[in-house]
Design a protein. Structure first.
Length: 311
């Protein structure tokens, strides 16, 4: 079935122009507060981190300051790890998992690793529970030179000085039922293409870089998360969201080629987590805990590797 004709904006077969984008924007409503949910927690964490404002989103009349948490005891002799969440604003546990890690676990890594935590890359989209920014563009396909999104460009500027120094980057995401009901049909309508129905995997999975898979690292993350929530099985084709499963719960994408956030640096270890919040077998607390478990496992693996190399 071609679902594109059911999307309320645009003409099937024709890409959106300015009028369609304006019509889409007019439908977006603020449903939660970045200030209440994110900035208040960052404020609480000021005693333990250097809080850096690395940019500001301007979507008149709205403005959103962009913040990162940086290890207060930053030591250039230590490996560096980047944790990002909320690149897609609707993927809630990415934001709250990053904040929960910062609040509950980051202090345990003091003196072992430099942490840079960016909990909410896309606050406009966070408030509207959406995948796109206000220009109907996906920030997670926009991490490239001359980026079309304010969100991606600001994060790239922040990371640029560390691009070759990072040992690890873990980018926290979700795959939701709304991907199939709203966001993929919207993408097809925006681009004037047919909407092809897909299958949402039930459970957590990870996405590694096809140019630098690091499967032992990916498996360490999966093993840690499996203690918190269930891992997505492959479908009948041996795939998850259309990509071959290369290890239990692991698929691969070309990060840099696709302009994905996880490709923003040259880190040895990179992964994108994908939590499934709509499962009847997972609570919001479990989803946040799964993200935290993934971050901790990723850091431990990278530190063990750094220690092996030093030895």
């Amino acid at each position: 079935m071609n679902m594109q004709s059911f999307y309320p904006i645009g003409t099937p077969g024709q890409a959106w122009g300015a009028a369609e984008r304006a019509a889409w924007l007019a439908l977006q409503r603020r449903q939660r507060s970045y200030a209440d949910d994110v900035l208040s927690v960052i404020e609480r964490l000021r005693s333990g981190f250097d809080v850096i404002q690395y940019g500001q989103l301007d979507y008149p009349p709205d403005r959103y300051p962009l913040f990162a948490l940086r290890s207060r005891d930053w030591n250039d002799a230590l490996p560096c790890a980047l944790v990002t969440g909320g690149v897609h604003g609707y993927e809630t546990s990415g934001v709250h998992g990053a904040l929960q890690f910062a609040e509950q676990h980051a202090a345990g890594y003091a003196g072992r690793v430099n942490l840079l935590i960016v909990p909410c890359v896309s606050p406009w989209a966070y408030e509207r529970i959406h995948r796109w920014n206000a220009d109907a563009i996906d920030p997670n396909r926009s991490f490239r030179e001359d980026s079309p999104t304010q969100e991606s460009a600001a994060l790239m500027r922040l990371v640029a000085p560390l691009r070759d120094r990072l040992a690890l980057h873990i980018d926290l995401h979700e795959t939701t039922d709304s991907d199939e009901s709203e966001f993929r049909p919207a993408l097809a309508a925006r681009d004037g293409k047919p909407s092809e129905p897909g299958e949402i995997p039930d459970g957590f999975y990870g996405v590694g870089d096809s140019e630098n898979p690091q499967l032992a690292f990916q498996q360490a993350v999966i093993d840690a998360v499996a203690k918190v929530t269930h891992i997505a099985p492959a479908d009948a084709n041996g795939e998850i969201i259309g990509s071959s499963v290369v290890a239990p719960g692991v698929i691969l994408y070309p990060f840099k080629q696709l302009g994905l956030c996880a490709g923003v640096s040259n880190a040895r270890y990179t992964t994108t987590t994908e939590v499934y919040p709509d499962s009847p077998r997972a609570t919001p607390e479990q989803c946040n805990a799964a993200q935290v478990a993934a971050v901790c496992a990723a850091i431990e693996f990278a530190l063990a590797d750094a220690g092996d190399q030093a030895g």
